[in-house]
Design a protein around this ligand. Structure first.
Ligand code: CA
Length: 231
């Protein structure tokens, strides 16, 4: 397997150093930029597998860069992890909305960083060969997408159509955070009979019916929801 190429765009030298050092040590090809416009130019030239993107940058900010990467056919398959600070929840929501794949909040440990990078790269590989799965099994949960059947520990669970769609969608991307907006448009978008467009209500319904403790759908405060990837 060829070495994965990662571009880091980060204007704080200390953080850039930590990111770069740890990713190189892990065997990745690492290229860096400390400013937004040169960062985007570097990404366009190198077409990396993954971009680690600070949000607050001189020049172009992270959200603009993220949008540009995902709008350009050349670069839209680059995976993006936003590197964020505490209190940037609304920017994270924006970033996920324009196509960022994940985020990591400062301060983070090298271990956390590497785990996140590996998880996102792995999900990227899975997405490439994405075929609709007939059966999804996550821990005690199993979903039959042909028969629209959900079971927990072998017992049937009755979900509404919207709950099923949401659960199926989230289960297809364990570990990935989605905003409420994304869940509405991506998971329920073509559902013309959604009675309630309030995602929180559906999630509550799913959790109650699955009776799994801790709930496998995690609330990400200020941002949205994700299916756990700890099974
Ligand atoms: Ca910054």
């Amino acid at each position: 397997m060829s070495r994965k190429k990662i571009v880091i765009v980060e204007d704080e030298p200390d953080i850039l150093e930590v990111l770069s050092y740890n990713l190189k040590r892990e065997g990745y090809d690492v290229l860096t930029a400390a400013e937004g416009s040169s960062g985007l130019a570097l990404i366009r030239r190198e077409i990396p597998d993954l971009v680690l993107l600070d949000l607050m940058l001189p020049g172009l900010d992270g959200i603009e860069i993220c949008g540009s990467i995902k709008k350009d056919a050349q670069t839209q398959h680059c995976l993006i992890i936003m590197v964020t600070a505490k209190g940037e929840e609304s920017d994270i929501v924006l970033g996920l909305g324009v196509g960022a794949d994940d985020y990591i909040a400062k301060p983070f440990s090298p271990r956390e960083l590497i785990a996140r990078v590996k998880a996102v790269l792995r999900r990227g590989v899975m997405a490439e060969r994405h075929e609709p799965e007939e059966h999804i099994t996550l821990g005690d949960l199993s979903i039959d997408t042909v028969k629209y059947k959900v079971q927990v520990k072998g017992h049937d669970v009755k979900l509404t159509a919207s709950e099923f769609k949401l659960l199926h969608f989230l289960s297809s991307y364990p570990g990935r955070v989605f905003t409420r907006e994304q869940l509405l448009s991506k998971a329920l978008g073509d559902d013309v009979v959604i009675v309630d467009r309030n995602i929180d209500v559906h999630i509550r319904g799913i959790r109650k019916k699955l009776e799994l403790d801790p709930p496998i759908i995690e609330t990400i405060r200020g941002i949205g929801y994700r299916m756990t990837d700890h099974f």
